[in-house]
Each structure stands twice: as C-alpha cells, then as structure tokens.
Design a protein around this ligand. Structure first.
Ligand code: AVJ
Length: 311
C-alpha cells in the first residue's frame, strides 16, 4: 500500500504537469475534514441528494421493479450510510442483501455497526476492494441494484468514467438497475463557493494531501508555502483543485529517494469534481449500452440521481 502511494506520488510529481491522485485525500484526518465539508451549508451536494432520499424513496424503490425475488443492493464506495439508510429502511420486508464495497475495511465496519443499530436483521455483506476491480465479480451476482451515490463519479476524468460505466454495464443483466448521483451544472458562483469555502475546510482538505506525504512517505513539504487554488469551467463542467507553489522551492521525499523542484506559481493538480448536464448523462448512457429509465431531482435541481437499465 505504502509502495503504491510512493510510486503514484513520484509519477505525479515527476511529470511536466504535476498531479496527485485525489484518492489519497481520505486518510483519518482527511475523512474528518470531509465530514466537516459535508456538514457546511456551502457544500450543497450532500443536502441535495439527502433531500432526494428523504422525499422520493417510495418512487425510487418502485423504479427498482422488484417482484419478490431476492436481490442485492450493491453500493460502490460505502460512504457514511446517512443516505442509504433512508432507502434500506423502506426496503425492509423485501428479500434483499445489502453489499457495500469500499477500499477501507474500517469504513465498512463502521457502516455495519451503524446500519445494524438502525435496521436490526439487515442482511449485510460488506466487501473490501477497489471498486474498479470488484466490478468483474459483480457479473455473477443474481438480480441487483448498483448504487454509486454522492457524485463520486465526478472524481473520474471523462475517459475513466466511460471505462467505469462500460464495466458496470457489462456486469448488468437485463433486469438489473444502476442508480448514480451526479452533481449538475448550475450558477458557477454556487459551485465555486462549495469548493473554496469561507471556513477553509476545503483548503485544509487539499493541503492535507501534502501533510499525508510528509507523515507517511517522509516528505518535507512546508505546507504554508502552498496555496489551495480551485477553478471552475462552466463549459466543460470541470471543477479542478490545485495546490500552487508560492515560491521557487525543492521538496524531498524519503520514500521515493528523490527531490522535486517547484517554480513559483507552479501547480499540482489534485482533483476533478465533474459537473454534468442531462445531455451529457444521456450521451454516457448511449455510449455504454445503458438507457436512462428515470430521473430524480432535488427541488433546486442542483443534483440528480439517475436510474439506468441495460439497453
Ligand atoms: C466525495 C468526490 C463527491 O468531489 O465533491 C469535496 C470530494 N472535494 N470537496 C466532491 C470533495 C472537495 C467530493 N466527492
């Protein structure tokens, strides 16, 4: 694990255009900061999707089209369970197993405790793994509903998202369903405020990546010599996060045994949080052998959960 981390950091910092994978935001401290982000009013995504789950769960469940046969609810990325618990509670009485998949065994255990506390008797079958890898094993699952919530898909580049959707599509049979949460394009000011919040939580979240490299890989980043620098392009829908070097400097990392030079103003790309429109979502479906069966918006139309089926 450490080895992969060091390799990816080296590849990212050695490139002419520097980058670091956003996946590494989520260590213990990063998880904590992310909870703070989700709880701040500027980060509208959480509340928007929660509103959908609070108000439209009966319609959601109806759209799954289950007929009494056993099915699996497979969730990619376990999350904290706040949204899915709304759904699972109303599914009680149906013949189903809940299978969250997450890279962190810790996240799965936490979720298990929480859900079994709220839904006694829930058939819970957590699975650890990187969800890109786990998709192949999904083919063998009988009837299923796959959940990919919270705009996690937005962290993938368009080509990676395409690959991912193709894999999911290949794992689905004709009666299976796929529910994906997408963040929608909207007034750019609203988006900018969510990714450059006045509390500084998103800044801390982004800079924690450098702290983590210092802690786990023996780096000597001087954190205050970098600045959180997000930008949003409404045409492409890409909200991008960068860390900008405030001066010319050299950083050494023990685990890679190398030093990395930074020019003043040079940026490390750390995250994409893609915003979509309906046209793009329909195109994704068409390109990956799926059809859009039903859409669920929040009242402000900031966010959408889309139910897909095999074409
Ligand atoms: C968890 C990937 C949905 O991209 O909006 C929040 C992570 N990054 N603020 C997102 C995040 C900065 C978040 N996702």
């Amino acid at each position: 694990m450490i080895k992969t981390f060091a390799k990816e950091v080296d590849a990212g910092l050695d490139a002419p255009k520097k980058s670091l994978p956003s996946r590494y935001f989520y260590d213990k401290k990063g998880d904590e900061i992310f909870v703070r982000i989700m709880n701040m009013p500027e980060y509208y995504l959480t509340n928007a999707e929660l509103e959908i789950f609070n108000c439209q769960t009966p319609e959601l469940i109806k759209s799954f089209g289950m007929n009494g046969e056993h099915f699996e609810v497979v969730e990619l990325g376990a999350g904290d369970g706040v949204k899915v618990v709304k759904l699972l509670k109303q599914l009680v009485g149906h013949n189903f197993t809940y299978t969250p998949i997450d890279i962190s065994i810790n996240a799965i255990e936490k979720l298990k405790n929480r859900l079994l506390g709220e839904i006694p008797g829930l058939d819970f079958e957590g699975q650890q793994g990187e969800y890109f890898d786990v998709l192949d094993s999904l083919k063998a699952v009988g009837k299923k509903v796959i959940l990919f919530l919270g705009s996690n898909i937005g962290n993938l580049t368009d080509s990676r998202a395409h690959e991912f959707m193709v894999k999911i599509s290949e794992s689905m049979n004709s009666h299976d369903k796929l529910l994906i949460g997408f963040d929608l394009k909207k007034n750019p000011a609203v988006i900018k405020n969510a990714y450059n919040d006045p509390h500084g939580y998103t800044r801390d979240f982004n800079l924690n990546l450098l702290c983590r490299i210092n802690r786990e890989l023996g780096g000597d980043f001087i954190i205050h010599k970098f600045k959180h620098s997000p930008e949003y392009n409404n045409d492409t829908g890409a909200a991008l996060s960068y860390l900008e070097s405030l001066e010319e400097q050299t950083v050494h990392i023990n685990a890679t045994g190398k030093s990395y030079k930074f020019r003043k103003g040079e940026r490390i790309h750390t995250e994409i949080s893609r915003k979509y429109d309906l046209e793009t979502i329909h195109k994704i479906a068409k390109d990956t052998g799926l059809i859009v069966k039903k859409t669920f918006f929040d009242s402000r139309k900031y966010f959408i959960d889309v139910l897909f089926e095999k074409d």
